[in-house]
Write a protein that binds this ligand. Structure first.
Ligand code: ALA
Length: 369
């Protein structure tokens, strides 16, 4: 199979990830649950993963790195830690349902800082306008999962800091691809999955926390057990229940893999594939590309549509031909509304994809001319 769906999940993982998961399943107990060798080894592994993440994302202390099941879990934790009903909440026009649904459930008063695709300056202007004095929260994704649009998150964060508005960043599509400096950003929370560009397994995610936050789950933490409430300190406060140690061990190796390559090289490779695919598809009049010429505005994610064929039908045909792409709304209807699309085909790459694989996709798309 040719796999171009890294924005959903990276399928090819470094060998070190799967080896670490196997070793963890065979040897690790649970951190904080017992003083025996297996529990101690688990505590060391979990701490080493927090350390690796805090190094990669410039988090002051490894304790501020909270393990989650995925970015959705982290975003729910973050949003529910800050949001109160009726709170004016500013979001970009490219947010995912992982942001929209908890905000709606929490009765946020939504204000959308909408801007055209691949125009970071316009995005910043929209946030400038919308981040009014009565705003209680701002949530923004670093990169749109549908279009790979890189939002000016540092500048938005600066606005939020100046206006004293709490900020949550959804780094689902940027963690492992773009540099991310948590301390410099000054966000309250940054959520990310482990299973996309950090090359960890499904069932892992991280929430970087600048404040203790409110637990979504209460239960055993392996600490402060006489306390009838959750401990006040991180990470225990937000990590009730037994940890996913095979996942955490795999994620640690995924982070090490990203560190060994460097995000700059990873981004360059994925953008090179996206640009080559654009060039190769230029001759096909049935294809409409959603792409930017600006290097600072798009990652290696490319959405496109076909003149005569609906995207789900095309994705099914491509799947038959052995090519995996995601089609439809990508759980982000707002992004499509903002960009004026009603579903797209999306090719998204990882470091394991090669230019040779693009040719097969281009040739299959000839069938839709
Ligand atoms: N949000 C993920 C995607 O874009 C799952 O496919």
């Amino acid at each position: 199979m040719i796999y171009f769906d890294a924005a959903a999940t990276t399928l090819q993982k470094p060998g070190s990830v799967t080896r670490a998961m196997r070793r963890a399943a065979d040897t690790l107990g649970s951190p904080g649950r017992g003083g025996h060798a297996a529990a101690m080894a688990a505590a060391e592994e979990a701490y080493a993963c927090r350390e690796a993440a805090s190094e990669l994302f410039h988090v002051c202390s490894p304790e501020q790195v909270v393990f989650c099941m995925n970015a959705t879990h982290g975003l729910n934790l973050a949003i529910k830690s800050i949001l109160t009903p009726g709170m004016r909440t500013v979001i970009s026009g490219y947010e995912h349902n992982a942001v929209l649904r908890p905000l709606r459930e929490g009765k946020a008063k939504l204000a959308i800082a909408a801007s055209p695709l691949f125009r970071p300056e316009a995005a910043l202007d929209a946030f400038h306008r919308e981040l009014t004095a009565d705003t209680g929260l701002c949530v923004v994704n670093h990169v749109s999962n549908v279009f790979g649009f890189i939002q000016p998150v540092s500048e938005i964060a600066e606005l939020c800091r100046k206006r004293r508005i709490p900020l949550i960043v959804d780094a689902s599509q940027s963690a492992g691809i773009l540099p991310l400096d948590f301390e410099a950003l000054g966000a309250d929370f940054v959520a990310m999955p482990g299973h996309k560009s950090l090359y960890g397994p499904q069932g892992t995610g991280l929430l970087l926390c600048a404040r203790p936050g409110k637990p979504l789950l209460e239960g055993g933490s392996g600490s402060d057990s006489r306390n009838s409430g959750m401990p006040s300190m991180l990470p225990d406060r937000l990590e009730a229940g037994t940890h996913n140690m095979p996942g955490i061990a795999g994620l640690r190796q995924g982070i090490r893999f990203v560190q060994s390559l460097g995000t700059e090289k990873i981004l360059r490779h994925e953008c090179m594939l996206r640009q080559r695919l654009c060039t190769l598809l230029e001759d096909n009049p049935a294809v409409r590309l959603y792409a930017s010429d600006r290097e600072d505005a798009q990652t290696g994610v490319l959405s496109f549509s076909l003149a005569e064929t609906d995207c789900e039908t095309a994705a099914a045909a491509l799947s038959e031909a052995g090519i995996a792409l995601r089609a439809g709304l990508h759980c982000a209807p707002l992004a499509h509304d903002t960009a004026g699309t009603d579903g797209t085909l999306r090719a998204s790459f990882s470091v394991f994809n090669t230019p040779r694989e693009l040719k097969k996709l281009v040739s299959e798309l000839e069938n839709f001319r």
